[in-house]
Design a binder for this molecule. Structure first.
Ligand code: COA
Length: 325
């Protein structure tokens, strides 16, 4: 089996910033509530004419340039998203065409906030088996398009963005272990009810606001802490490591209190926990992706470091990954 590593990273965050003060004018909330309950100060919102593939494409180009890989050489493109441009074709197909990556196989993965780790794991299998030489993995979301801007329980939490990475065979380091999980029995805790085959779009579904995501945050909170802790423990055990080996945990950014609770349970100190939720809120699959990219760009992750990715989201799904950078 070939070793597979990340050889280039990129991100794109739309320039428009929506602050907590802006939200105070839209719903009955306060900067104080949002900051203390979630850690979020602001989030990015894509333009009306910008779709998820536009965000994904910009992140992809930066990652390809960083990896010094021409799009024509790409073998595989996987986009993790729950906010595709349209039901079909996939965002990955749209990105493949825009990049003119003519020989790349391309598909989307729907695993919500764990989507980026699911996609990384799939790409790793293809490359380690020798099926493909390289892959572009993107986490991209335009969550503002499925957010109910009248619902204070959810609208303060989410934002738009994209993170990308290029995977290739490496001689040293790379992905050491991945661990994925799913529990479909709790799907009602976080979902988007209408617009699929169960409830196709109709006047009734639009009037009932069923095209916006629905979340039971309180219940999810407890499951998120427990599940992310267990996923981290399992993936490290698979890697033959323990928490003292970890230089940086890069968790999904749903809530700073969830992240700190997981860090505490794992015995990781604050300087080993990467947080960017205050700038971007929860961007589902793009959260772990952009957090990894920013940790690398800021020099918080250096060559030889052991990085632990850890995500949890709608499905319910979860995933963790240990990488030697
Ligand atoms: N501004 C002000 N008050 C708000 C509010 C807002 N934006 N949103 C909710 N509230 C109120 C509620 O109405 C409730 O009021 P009540 O006590 O009078 O009924 C109170 O604040 C507490 O609500 P609750 O939902 O218990 O708050 P919480 O501390 O659990 O925080 C979340 C809410 C959503 C921030 C938190 O539960 C969370 O982050 N959940 C996990 C999200 C997650 O992991 N998702 C999966 C991955 S995407």
């Amino acid at each position: 089996m070939r070793k597979v590593g990340i050889t280039g990273v990129g991100e794109y965050l739309p320039p428009r910033v929506l602050t907590n003060a802006d939200l105070e004018k839209m719903v009955d909330t306060s900067d104080e509530w949002i900051t203390t309950r979630t850690g979020i100060k602001e989030r990015r919102i894509a333009c009306a004419n910008e779709a998820t593939s536009d965000l994904a494409l910009k992140a992809a180009k930066e990652a390809l340039a960083d990896a010094r890989l021409n799009p024509e050489e790409l073998d595989l493109i996987i986009v993790a998203t729950i906010t595709p441009d349209m039901q079909f074709p996939s965002v990955a197909s749209i990105v493949q065409n825009a990049l003119r990556a003519k020989t790349a196989v391309a598909f989307d993965v729907s695993a919500a906030c764990a989507g980026f780790i699911y996609a990384l794991s799939i790409a790793q299998q293809f490359i380690s088996l020798g099926t493909y030489r390289n892959a572009l993995v993107i986490g991209a979301e335009k969550l503002s398009s499925v957010t109910d801007w009248q619902d204070r329980n959810t609208c303060v939490l989410f934002g738009d963005g994209a993170g990308a990475c290029v995977l290739k065979e490496v001689k040293t380091g790379g992905i050491i272990s991945t661990y994925l999980g799913c529990d479909g029995s709790n799907m009602e805790l976080l979902n988007l009810p209408a617009g699929g085959s169960r409830l196709p779009a109709s006047q009734v579904t639009v009037e009932a606001r069923q095209h916006f995501l629905k979340m039971q945050g309180n219940e999810l909170f407890k499951i998120a802490v427990r599940t992310m802790t267990e996923a981290a423990e399992k993936v490290l055990k698979q890697a033959g490591m323990d928490f003292s080996d970890v230089d940086m945990i890069i968790p999904h950014q749903a809530n700073a209190r969830i992240i700190m609770a997981v860090g505490k349970r794992l015995g990781l100190s604050g300087d080993k926990i990467f947080l960017n939720i205050e700038k971007y809120g929860n961007m589902s699959s793009a959260s772990t992706a952009t957090a990894l990219v920013e940790a690398v760009k800021e020099g918080r992750v250096k060559k030889g470091d052991i990085v632990l990715l850890d995500s949890f989201g709608a499905g319910l799904v979860w995933g963790a990954c240990v990488i030697e950078w």
